[in-house]
Structures are given as structure tokens and as C-alpha cells.
Write a protein that binds this ligand. Structure first.
Ligand code: ADP
Ligand code: MG
Length: 698
């Protein structure tokens, strides 16, 4: 390790001014080393190079001023409990009143004599001009001029006890210590072609912009220094994707499959309906992959209800006809059971044997099944995602299907490889990825998309209603039940251990059964029920013995009861958009007109209102995904804990789309032209998967 690496690798706790408390606060947001600190852009930049003399301020503008606190106090108002903190701040040109509303704690922050920088709106009030609710920083007298004022300064997000000002000081100290020969990750040819500054210069300028830098460009993260650092991250990411693709292409599966008329006939025999054009196209792409010597890495994307299962099953059939075994994995036991049930039905006239292997399988039975899987007398195993872990040994695993997994399947693939298996892998998801992100997120997967729906489906009618109007909804549901349909009522359950919500769901089930729908049978399903209890309820609902299913979100993915035509979501304001879309997808699976009622508790936040509006505006999953992305921003789009979705330090998936594309082209060219040795690639990508959190570690 060179000394320059040492600087970047230094744990933050060894920086002067960072004690255990601040180190812990930093660690909490993922900042552990000096490198982490420097690869976190400021939230924004503030121009303090031209601080305005107080005497020159005008109402209606935002201004930065610096001066001393002349006096300050907390003042009560006529409104009970409403307090104003007021300060008089002076500079050589004059004095200005500054007020903060309802921030009583400022009493302990400010004191007369302090040197402060303030940034905020200037307003005209009865007593003259004033600055209202400004951002503030208190300066120490000896420092300041070079770091905190007299220049464009970086303003960081507050992290626990670390204020923007403390962080500015730490970053300043850190960039001072960067050696001039800091190694640069970017290939020199690329750096030169785009005229990017060196890594060292870029780090300095991104935090402490040189005189004359454009404030506007800085705040759009469009200066050469910022662009270079963003590009660097995108380039490393895309290079890793490319390397992964290349190593996958060099892999060989045990046996490519063949397709002939006998196999086509066998597929026709199990098919209960005609495939849609979208399904046919997806199947063709998959079967083409199966016939290649390299293992397939394909994502099958299709909106809820598009009919992905049958496509996967037909692919499974092709594998089995070639003497290979298939693992079919679902995210929950309920879904695994449902797949098992459907697949067993479809394959009942075939010679293939299907088994269900879940945590609920009794141990004697499990042992028998494991022996049969190892002997190859069981051809298709349905289970949860845990299927590839642990003690399951296949005789000849040819295809792994991973259902409802928006998480790349990276983990499963890694597990399979660790077992020395290189099967074809088909990952299925109903979470439409906005086109803008697909390339980045699924960079090393081939993608098939089913865009059409099975024939005869009517778009689901969706209505958002305040809870106070639930009687109308119940009346409507009764008419549907009278007509022979079934209904879901979904309760939000933030965590399965959330006892209060669980109680609410249980009480709701009782209330509906006894008071609202006494003539109908109501079932309750939640994640904390015993396995056989869940199974019993699900089967009864699927068989039409239960008319209403009150459930927590365990039914969210995949459950298929075509006769159900009403979905009621309680507290719809608490659900995310993609979750609402998934829930709605439980109905509208047959030729009946279906309905989705989103009951909400007023008042709604703007974001919740936006989500409900998106749901009532459209049933198109792709449009929902785009709206979701717009509402939440990419950081939240996939949820933070989703393994397999890259986490970037600097790249913003929306803002930096063009740079991501550019980086992808450059990475491909670099591989082709520079023909890097495997060792060079390894060096560049050292820790790549951990870095972008593409695998779950530990
Ligand atoms: P998803 O893509 O959400 O997993 P499923 O595979 O569960 O959807 O299919 C939804 C429903 O549509 C199932 O009841 C399935 O049998 C039915 N289905 C799928 N494809 C067709 C088709 N081509 N014609 C008619 N019904 C179909
Ligand atoms: Mg499904």
C-alpha cells in the first residue's frame, strides 16, 4: 500500500476533531474512511465570496451576510406556545433584525458577540428589513476567512452531531493532506479525451471550488471536477458489469439443451390456453438461451398478471425433456405452495415428478425428497429462495427460476456457483423498471419484457375514498359477493411483529364477519400464522369457500385467485406506489370487471396524494414506475435494503443518465481497445461488488 492510499484509507476517527461520537455518527451514514468523506458531495454550494453589506440589502432577495450578534432573546407571542427567537446582527455598514419562528433551542446556541454567517430571505416588516429563518453558522474568530467565508463554500448535509461547518473543516483538512501523486482510477487516455481534471484536483475543486467557479454549475453538479468524479464512479461500475458479463460468457453449462418436434408437442399438451404474442416472444428468447453453451442470465419482466409463470414453466419443460432438473423458487411459502399446486396440475399428465420443499416440510419427508432430488427421480422442485442454500443436492440442475425477485438474483447465482453449479437462470419480476434505469440496474442481465396481457382482461377501476365513506364501499362489495365474486381487504403491516396493526387486522376481520357481511364467510391471513393455518386459509379462498380475505401484505406478490374482483386497501396512504400496484394486481385476473378501493385517512401528505392519484390515473405498471421514481427519487425507488441494486456515492440515476450512458460506452471500448489483463481488471475492480453493495456481505 502506498502512502497516498493510506490517506484515503485512514479511518475518520483518526482525523483531528473526530472523536468516537462523531465517528459513530459518520459510520451511521456509511462514512468510515477519509475516502468516504471526500466521495460525498456537498448538498449545495453557497457563494460567500461576495457577502453583502447589511446596508445594501433589499426586500425580496435571498442574501448571505456576516456580522456579529449584538443582542438576542426569545420572545413569546400572543399565540400560546408560539415563540420567536430574535437577534440583532451588525456589520460595519449597519444592523439587521433576524428572526426564527418556533426554535426555542436557539436560546442555547447564540450569544452576543458571536461572529455569524447567515443565509436566507430578506423581508420587509413593520420594523424594517429582517432576515427570516435563515441558515446559520457560527464562526470561530481565528479560522474562517479561508474555509467558511470569502469564497464559494460547500454546505453538507448534517450527520448526527456533525454540523455542516464541522464537516467543512474536516474535509478541508483532508484535502490538504492529499498527496499530489494520488493514483487515478480513470485510464489516462479517457481522462485526456474528455479533458477531465486529475482525481486529486477534482476532489479539491468539488469541495472547495476555485475563485470564479460558476455557482449555478456547481449546484447542478456540472462543473468539470464534479463531472469527472461522477464519471469515474459510473465508469468503475460499468467496467465491473462488463467484466461480469465477460466472465459469464466464458462459463459453460453442463449441457446445452436441444428442441425438437417431440418437445414442442409436449409443451403444447400442457398449455391450457394460447400464449399472447408477448409471451411467445419471451419464450423464444428464453429457449434460444437454453440452447447456447453459456448459462442464461435473463430477467423476465412483465406487469402483474401478464402471465410469466406459464412462460417459465414451458422453459422448465424444455429443460426436463432434455433430462435436466429444474428449481423453481418463490419469495414466500404461500407463493411456493401456489406454484406447486398449479405446476402439479399442469404437469399431471406428463411423466415429470414435482416436489415442494419448504421450511414446513416434515423432516422424514424432507429426507426422502432430498434423496430423490439427488437421484434425479424428482424433476422439478418448487421452494422458497432458500432452496439453493443448505443441503439440497441435484443430480443435474439445468434451470433455476427465481420468481418475483427484483433483487437481481445475484445472491442466488453466487450460491449456485459456489456449489459448482452453472445452470441457466431466469429471474422474473413484476416491478417494471423505468427504462431509464433498466440498463444500469440490470446491466449484466439480458431482459425479456412481456408487454401485453392475456386476452379479455378489463382494466381495473380504481377509486380513492376517505375512510368516512366506507359504507358505500361495503354496499358495493356486497353486490359483487352476491354476484358470486370474492374480495380482498388488505391491512398495512409495517413489520410482521407490529402487534397493533395485527390487532387491527384481526378486529377488522371479526367486524366484517359479524356486522357487515354476516351472510358471507370471512378469512384472515397474516405472516405470523402457522404454516398450515395459512395454507388452509389460502386454499379455502382459492376454492371459493371463503368470500372475503382480510390479509396483511403477505398476499402482495403473485397470489392468483381469478374469481376475486374487489381489492380494498385500508390506510392506502401508508403504502408505497409499487406495493399498491402489486396489491391491485391481485384482482382483474379474469373476464369480470374488477375494482380497487383505496381507503385513506385524511389529511393526506402531498406525496401520498400523488401516489393515490397515480393509481387512479393509470393501471400501466411502466407508467406507475415512472411516477414512483419521480415522486421518490431513485434513492428510495428500490428501497435501501435491496441487494443487487447498485448504491452510488455520487451518481444520481436520473440527473446523471447521460454520464452513465457515456461511461457504459467507454467501458466497453476500453475492454476492446486496451485489452486489459485480468490482473489489471482485478486491480481496478478490487472490492467492486461490496463497493456498490451488489451482494449481501456478512
Ligand atoms: P404473473 O405474470 O403476475 O406471474 P401469472 O403467471 O400468475 O401472472 O398469470 C396470471 C393469470 O393469467 C393466471 O391465472 C394465468 O393462468 C393466466 N394466464 C396467463 N397467460 C394466459 C394466456 N395467454 N391466456 C389466458 N390466461 C392466461
Ligand atoms: Mg407471478
Amino acid at each position: 500500500m502506498t502512502s497516498s492510499d493510506d490517506v484515503l484509507a485512514t479511518p475518520l476517527q483518526y482525523l483531528k476533531g473526530v472523536g468516537p461520537r462523531r465517528a459513530a455518527d459518520f459510520a451511521h451514514v456509511g462514512l468510515v474512511t477519509v475516502e468516504d468523506l471526500l466521495y460525498r458531495f456537498p448538498l449545495r454550494y453557497e457563494d460567500r465570496s461576495r457577502l453583502q453589506p447589511i446596508a445594501s440589502l433589499k426586500a425580496g432577495q435571498s442574501a448571505s451576510v456576516t456580522g456579529r450578534i449584538l443582542s438576542c432573546h426569545l420572545r413569546s407571542t400572543r399565540r400560546p406556545g408560539f415563540k420567536i427567537f430574535e437577534a440583532l446582527v451588525g456589520d460595519p455598514s449597519g444592523a439587521l433584525r433576524v428572526t426564527w419562528l418556533n426554535q426555542s433551542f436557539l436560546r442555547d446556541v447564540f450569544a452576543p458577540g458571536q461572529h455569524v454567517v447567515l443565509f436566507g430571505p430578506v423581508e420587509m416588516r413593520v420594523g424594517g428589513l429582517q432576515l427570516t429563518n435563515p441558515q446559520y453558522e457560527i464562526l470561530d474568530d481565528e479560522e474562517g476567512e479561508t474555509i467558511h467565508t470569502g469564497r464559494i463554500v460547500p454546505v453538507y448535509e448534517k450527520t448526527g452531531s456533525v454540523t455542516p461547518k464541522i464537516q467543512r473543516k474536516l474535509v478541508y483538512a483532508a484535502v490538504q493532506r492529499l498527496p499530489a501523486d494520488l493514483p487515478d482510477h480513470l485510464p489516462e487516455a479517457i481522462r485526456a479525451r474528455f479533458d477531465y481534471p486529475s482525481r486529486m484536483a477534482a476532489l479539491v475543486a468539488a469541495h472547495f471550488p476555485p475563485d470564479g467557479a460558476s455557482l449555478e454549475a456547481l449546484n447542478q453538479f456540472a462543473t468539470p471536477a464534479q463531472q469527472r468524479l461522477i464519471f469515474e464512479e459510473a465508469f468503475l461500475f460499468q467496467t465491473g458489469v462488463m467484466a461480469r458479463r465477460r466472465s459469464a460468457a466464458a462459463e459453460r453449462k453442463p449441457m446445452p439443451v436441444g428442441v425438437d418436434d417431440r418437445i414442442r408437442e409436449s409443451a403444447r399438451r400442457v398449455l391450457p390456453f394460447k400464449l399472447t404474442p408477448g409471451q411467445k416472444q419471451a419464450l423464444k428468447e428464453i429457449v434460444d438461451d437454453l440452447q447456447r453453451p453459456q448459462p442464461m442470465n435473463r430477467l423476465l419482466e412483465g406487469d402483474v398478471g401478464a402471465g410469466k409463470t406459464i412462460v417459465a414453466l414451458l422453459a422448465a419443460l424444455v429443460a426436463m425433456e432434455n433430462g435436466l432438473q429444474v428449481a423453481f423458487m418463490a419469495p414466500t411459502e404461500i407463493l411456493a405452495e401456489q406454484h406447486f399446486f398449479n405446476i402439479s396440475q399442469l404437469l399431471r399428465t406428463s411423466r415429470f415428478r414435482v416436489a415442494l420443499l419448504t421450511g414446513a416440510t416434515a423432516s422424514a419427508r424432507r429426507r426422502e425428497q432430498l434423496a430423490e432430488i439427488e437421484a434425479g427421480t424428482i424433476h422439478l422442485v418448487v421452494g422458497t429462495h432458500a432452496l439453493v442454500q443448505g443441503d439440497v443436492r441435484f443430480k443435474q440442475l439445468g434451470l433455476a427460476v427465481i420468481d418475483e425477485q427484483h433483487r437481481f438474483g445475484v445472491l442466488q447465482r453466487a450460491l449456485l456457483r459456489a456449489k459448482g453449479l452453472h445452470p441457466d437462470v431466469l429471474v422474473m419480476t413484476a416491478t417494471p423498471i423505468p427504462r431509464t434505469l433498466a440498463l444500469t440496474v440490470y446491466g449484466d442481465l439480458d431482459v425479456s419484457v412481456i408487454r401485453d396481457m392475456p386476452p379479455g382482461r378489463l382494466p381495473i377501476r380504481t377509486l380513492a375514498k376517505p375512510e368516512s365513506r366506507r359504507d358505500e364501499v361495503y354496499q358495493f362489495v356486497r353486490a359483487q359477493l352476491d354476484a358470486g365474486r370474492q374480495a380482498y381487504v388488505i391491512y398495512p403491516l409495517v413489520e410482521e411483529s407490529d402487534k397493533v396493526d395485527l390487532k387491527a387486522a384481526t378486529e377488522m376481520a371479526d367486524h366484517l364477519a359479524q356486522e357487515i357481511f354476516p351472510a358471507y364467510r370471512v378469512g384472515l391471513l397474516h405472516g405470523r400464522m402457522k404454516q398450515d393455518g395459512k395454507e388452509h386459509v389460502m386454499k379455502a379462498f382459492a376454492a371459493g369457500e371463503l368470500h372475503i380475505l382480510v390479509s396483511t401484505t403477505v398476499v402482495e406478490v403473485g397470489v392468483d385467485v381469478p374469481n376475486a374482483s374487489v381489492m380494498i386497501v385500508e390506510h392506502a396512504e401508508r403504502f408505497g406506489l409499487s406495493q399498491l400496484h402489486q396489491l391491485r394486481g391481485r384482482v382483474g385476473r379474469d373476464r369480470h370487471q374488477s375494482f380497487c378501493f383505496l381507503l385513506y385517512q385524511a389529511p393526506l401528505s402531498d406525496e401520498a396524494r400523488g401516489r393515490l392519484k397515480a393509481m387512479t390515473d393509470t393501471t400501466d405498471g411502466f407508467e406507475i414506475a415512472d411516477r414512483d421514481l419521480a415522486l421518490r427519487g431513485p434513492g428510495d425507488f428500490f428501497g435501501t435494503r435491496q441487494a443487487g441494486v447498485p448504491t452510488f456515492r455520487l451518481v444520481d440515476l436520473i440527473r446523471d443518465r447521460a454520464l452513465l450512458d457515456l461511461a457504459q460506452r467507454e467501458a466497453a471500448q476500453w475492454f476492446d481497445r486496451a485489452a486489459p489483463t485480468p490482473a489489471a481488471v482485478d486491480r481496478l475492480l478490487h472490492g467492486w461488488e461490496q463497493r456498490f453493495k451488489l451482494i449481501e456481505v456478512g
